[in-house]
Design a protein around this ligand. Structure first.
Ligand SMILES: Cc1cc2nc3c(=O)[nH]c(=O)nc-3n(C[C@H](O)[C@H](O)[C@H](O)COP(=O)(O)O)c2cc1C
Length: 179
């Protein structure tokens, strides 16, 4: 299952730093990884970090003028064998559930034909809110797969369900979706 193209969507969650380990683990398995960032992901991790670790150009802005003509969110989606969104914020989940194409990440997902795997990470009240739960149920009906979140220590200082899934479970979910 090596040698696949994985588009990693990183969104505006405090767990964005975990995307570094995810890139490392996927590359170790022989996959090519490209990262695309949601509108607010840059508050949590820099494109430079993701670009350096992935060895590929990172897309942060779908309106950036490419060196060579290219509609980058569409070509990224075409390139991907699977799109993994890890971490997925409550906001990006809401955007995807609405079919919005408001940022490079949501636009890529909306133009994708590949499997989509989502690893949510957020405060437990955000996760358990009816709006988020209904958005997740809608995305599951689209065929998107979810991994986690798990119960754990949250950034707000207490334990709850909203912690990003373990790295091994995320990698396993990607592997399953590539079959
Ligand atoms: C310090 C801090 C941590 C945050 N962590 C999370 C988080 O883990 N998950 C989440 O869904 N939102 C979190 N948020 C809120 C999102 O960053 C916010 O909704 C943002 O607009 C999401 O952007 P996106 O659509 O680019 O993902 C956090 C905000 C702050 C200020």
């Amino acid at each position: 299952m090596a040698g696949k193209n994985i588009l990693l969507g990183v969104s505006g969650s405090i767990a964005a730093y975990k995307s570094c380990d995810i890139i490392g683990a996927l590359r170790k398995k022989g996959h090519d990884v490209k990262a695309v960032m949601s509108r607010d992901a840059g508050h949590f991790i820099t494109p430079l970090t993701l670009q350096t670790l992935s060895g590929n150009k990172v897309v942060t802005d779908m309106f950036e003028l490419p060196e060579k003509w290219d509609v980058c969110h569409v070509s990224l989606a075409e390139w991907a064998d699977v799109i993994l969104i890890a971490p997925a914020s409550a906001d990006i989940i809401a955007e995807l559930a609405q079919g919005s194409a408001d940022c490079a990440l949501s636009a890529a997902v909306l133009s994708a034909k590949s499997a989509v795997v989502i690893a949510p990470a957020m405060n437990d009240r955000m996760y358990n809110h009816k709006a988020t739960q209904e958005n997740i149920a809608r995305l599951k009906r689209f065929g998107y797969k979810f991994v986690g979140p798990k119960r754990g220590h949250l950034a707000c200082g207490y334990a709850g369900t909203g912690h990003i899934a373990d790295l091994k479970d995320i990698i396993q979910a990607v592997k399953k979706s590539l079959k």
